[in-house]
Design a protein around this ligand. Structure first.
Ligand code: ADP
Ligand code: MG
Ligand code: MG
Length: 907
């Protein structure tokens, strides 16, 4: 006999578990025990621990049953004593539920069996004892159905069948000419039981077990088995739940919500899980059992009167009809409603978090069946945390820790008005590429999107896919819909950067540019018709749906203020335009950590001058083109400096390989040839020369400035002149000029010399100076290795973690799509290293460069400007690594502020 204890009792006769024992008892079991300790009415039972599940996995069924038999027997005796009934007593049977419950809540992922202990004899006893034949057969019918599915394994034989038991139910309903399950009488239910059993015998080749003990052991093992069913596995994978945790099994006396009109079952939330409003709410059904409420067979009623009235308004049910057909629990059973309020208040005060509750009312008596911290939307997360803080239920650190930074995404973008959405008609679904809600008129061309929006119209840009030429059209559109492209397509990436709603890869959409129509499922939608997009779900709707702007004041504002109290990391933004900078400042960015100057080169007519510069055959030709770019670039910087109003602005010199700018199509090349007065052949030759095998490892970064110092000169001049202009208008700026892709101090020094010379020239011309800083990206592994030497010239380092990652890992972000998903699936990498920094590998280079940089220059300024700067887990790492700031896209600034505060609290 082993001495390990596997079974823990709960009930009013003594409770062995507690809320703190989730690892051993699972969330459900631990909280059932805790409710008993709080004196809340819970049907008695016991929990078989997760250790038994682990033992079962290694030792198998027989050994498990040997190990737990005596304890389970004792547990059943205890439940019998409390309930005054005996398990297996055919005259007055004690019935049980067998429920799974892992450490982390996995709602609906594993299986539950209700009414265990029934057989052909006991059902008669139950009917007599309850004086309700229909109830007894309904319970039996449910038991055979659940047991047949979960324990005996009767599954659908075809996709069409869906649920073999439901097929039988439908047949009987049809034969009786009724619509609802509730309209079936005892005789019908009896027939169902017989048919179910016959179906099981025919398909499984075994009889339904009549012995309650055999039923019980089978159910316990089945719950342990359900830990490894497909649904549970997928859920674990998605939520990072280790397989080794195992599930616990809860065996509990049944209480019955299906005993007639004074019985009911329901689920409730102590606060609104959608909005966070401090309002008790939930749904219930009279004369129902188990998961009828969520199954959607009948329309559930609201627990509170307020909730019921709100529901009726949305569902367009007149008050008189509501009160008669769908009264609230508050109206129907006021006394029980009061008891329920008492229980929910006790539980929320005890757990100090919003609770998700399950309850059953048996003939006027309330029983609580479950409580757990409720899942909620991002908006609710914020509101609940901030209100509980104000109500004195939690402290500031707890409030900050309660909010998952990524969930702030839900709040930062417009949402559909729920009333309007209730009437909307979805027509297709694509990928949720960039969150938010948008409504507008269909336009198929980027330039027309601009023209329409100038005339004050709201447009949705619909494209097969987007390209850099569409940028301006995208930026004025309310939303973007593409037929092709994934989550990292051009449209998706750009839209996320702009914080604009985007649905990508919507295969059902067929765009006909000639006809200016799109076709979805055979229906044609013309230019100018209204559609609406939900970029958070990927849904596309026909028609105009009112949207509501993001709410950035109120609780969100309070939360942001609180993050500033705790965080030590500064949050800057990656912004290339004054518009982006303005958005980022609204979200609380305190500087620009990365301005990508090349993004300015795509705007409007500039691309022509850029192409002239690149395609020029000599320095003189390049200088001529650069002279045209200078004033444009200068005014860009002026705009940025004005918007940032004295805050630091880090500007990266030209970085991408030049071929990205040149036209690759005949028409574009011909236009350039005409424009520059050279032959098409020459242009083609130059484009050909620019071709590279591995452009990301090619002629880019500081290599461009070293090959063509006149480019660096122009950019430096634009920066200094803009800074002086800003200064003369009273906005002191400290431009931080950043040289990209440096691997040796000599590269940096070579470029530094050019920049210094220009500074001296400009300052001499203007008779005035500005303070500026010279720094570099640390984005090649070599730069990290020799960071001590590079710091002799660099006043700041900015970690370019995208390049650092791809060069350290040895694969490019743009090509990783072909194999990375499989790597992640096989667990070769824990996560996508381009999304969340590889702390063990790439992270070492960051830490090394930090230490080496500081050794040479103790006050060196250190920051991150890669996409990782907006990833909460990476931010935690950067905080520990001792960086001064992270820089991220404007819409991630609030997320970064919260993640930085959490990192500070955790350290
Ligand atoms: P899940 O984890 O999927 O929510 P549960 O174990 O909570 O599964 O069971 C689902 C439903 O079954 C519960 O919401 C409740 O309505 C019903 N149920 C479970 N145990 C009992 C019981 N002892 N008495 C009455 N109903 C029960
Ligand atoms: Mg369930
Ligand atoms: Mg449950």
């Amino acid at each position: 006999m082993s001495s390990t204890k596997y079974v823990y009792l709960f009930g009013s006769h003594g409770t062995e578990g507690a809320a703190g024992m989730k690892n051993l008892l699972g969330g459900k079991g631990a909280n059932l025990a805790e409710m008993c300790r709080l004196g809340i009415p819970v049907p008695p039972g016991f929990t078989i621990s997760t250790e038994a599940c682990t033992a079962y996995t290694t030792l198998g069924r027989e050994r498990l049953l040997e190990m737990i038999r005596d304890e389970v027997l004792a547990g059943i005796r205890s439940v019998e004593a409390e309930m005054g009934k005996r398990f297996g007593d055919a005259a007055d049977p004690l019935l049980l539920s067998v429920r799974s419950g892992a450490r982390a809540s996995m709602p609906g992922m594993m299986d539950t069996i209700l009414n265990l202990g029934l057989n052909d004899e006991a059902v008669e006893g139950l009917a007599r004892k309850a004086g309700n034949e229909r109830f007894a057969w309904d319970s039996y019918r449910r038991f055979v159905q659940m047991y047949g599915d979960v324990v005996m394994g009767l599954k659908p034989v075809s996709k069409e069948e869906h649920d073999p038991f439901e097929v039988v139910i439908d047949m009987v309903k049809e034969a009786r000419g009724v619509q609802l399950d509730t309209e079936l009488d005892a005789a019908d239910l009896k027939e169902l039981v017989a048919r179910f059993k016959a179906l099981i015998r025919a398909r499984i080749g075994r009889d339904f077990p009549v012995d309650p003990w055999e039923q019980l052991w089978g159910a316990i093992v089945a719950v342990f088995d359900s830990w490894n069913n497909d649904r549970a596995r997928v859920y674990r994978e998605l939520n990072d739940i280790p397989e080794s945790w195992g599930t616990a099994v809860n065996v509990q006396a049944m209480v019955f919500g299906n005993l007639g009109d004074h019985s009911a079952t329901g689920v409730a939330f102590t606060r609104d899980a959608g909005t966070g409003e401090d309002l008790f709410n939930g749904e219930f059904l009279v004369n129902a059992q188990g998961e009828d409420v969520v199954a959607g067979i009948r329309t559930p009623q609201q627990v509170s009167l307020v909730g019921s009235r709100r529901w009726a308004e949305l569902a367009l049910v007149p008050e008189a009809e509501r009160a008669e057909k769908y009264p609230s629990l508050e109206e129907l059973m006021p006394d029980l409603y009061r008891q329920l309020i008492e229980a929910e208040t006790t539980l929320e005060n005890h757990f100090r978090d919003m609770q998700d509750l399950e309850f059953t009312i048996q003939e006027g008596r309330l029983w609580m069946l479950q409580t757990r911290n409720g899942k909620r939307t991002g908006a609710a997360m914020v509101r609940i945390a901030m209100e509980m803080l104000e109500q004195g239920m939690i402290d500031e650190k707890t409030a900050l820790e309660r909010i998952a930074p990524d969930r702030l995404n839900d709040l930062l973008h417009p949402v559909f008005d729920p009333r309007a959405l209730a009437q909307a008609r979805p027509i297709a679904r694509g990928l949720p590429a960039s969150p938010g809600a948008a409504t507008g008129q269909i336009v198929f061309f980027a330039d027309e999107a601009e023209a329409w929006s100038q005339r004050g119209r709201d447009v949705i840009l619909v494209r097969q896919e987007t390209s850099p030429e569409d940028l301006r059209g995208m930026s004025v559109a309310k939303g973007i819909l593409t037929a092709r492209g994934g989550m990292t397509s051009h449209a998706a990436v750009v839209a996320r950067g702009m914080g604009k709603c985007c649905v990508s890869g919507c295969g059902a959409v067929h765009v006909d540019l000639k006809a200016r129509t799109m076709t979805v499922d055979g229906t044609v939608y013309a230019e100018g018709e209204w559609i609406s997009l939900n970029g958070s779900t990927g849904e596309v709707y026909f028609g105009r749906i009112a949207t509501r702007d993001a709410e950035l004041s109120g609780d969100f504002g309070k939360l942001m203020a609180l993050t500033d109290k705790y965080r030590t990391l500064e949050i800057r933004t990656n912004a290339d335009t004054p518009e982006e900078a303005a958005v980022a400042r609204k979200f609380g960015a305190t500087g620009i950590g990365l301005c990508r100057t090349e993004h300015m080169f795509f705007e409007g007519d500039r691309i022509v001058a850029v192409r002239q510069m690149i395609l020029a055959e000599d320095e003189a030709g390049r200088r001529k083109a650069l002279a045209k770019l200078l004033p444009m670039q200068r005014s860009d910087f002026e705009g940025l400096f004005r918007e940032m109003d004295g805050l630091p602005v880090t500007i990266r010199l030209l970085d991408p390989p030049l071929h990205e700018f040149v036209p690759h199509d005949d028409a574009g090349q011909l236009a350039m040839a005409r424009d520059m007065g050279v032959s098409l052949g020459r242009i083609k030759m130059r484009v050909e020369e620019l071709h590279e095998f591995n452009p990301m490892l090619g002629h880019r970064g500081c290599r461009l400035g070293i090959s063509f110092p006149e480019i660096t000169e122009m950019q430096a001049r634009a920066i200094f002149e803009a800074a002086l202009n800003a200064k003369s208008r009273g906005t002191a700026v400290v431009p931080e000029i950043m040289v990209p892709l440096v691997g040796t101090i000599r590269e940096l020094d070579q470029q530094a010399a050019v920049i210094r010379r220009v500074a001296e020239q400009v300052f001499a011309e203007r008779g005035e100076t500005v303070h500026w800083m010279l720094g570099t990206m640390i984005e090649t592994p070599r730069a990290a290795l020799v960071a001590d030497s590079i710091a002799r010239s660099a006043e700041f380092f900015s970690f370019g973690t995208n390049d650092l990652t791809q060069m350290t890992m040895g694969f490019s972000r743009d090509d990783a799509g072909s194999f990375l998903p499989r790597y992640l699936k096989l667990g070769l990498y824990e996560h996508d290293p381009f999304r969340s920094i590889d702390q063990k590998g790439v992270g070492q280079l960051v830490e090394m460069a930090v230490a080496k940089g500081r050794a040479t220059r103790p006050d060196i300024e250190l920051g991150v400007c890669g996409e990782h700067g907006g990833d909460p887990a990476s931010i935690g790492f950067f905080h520990r690594a001792g960086l001064r700031y992270v820089s991220c896209s404007p819409f991630r600034v609030p997320i970064a502020r919260l993640a930085a505060a959490q990192a500070a609290i955790a350290s």
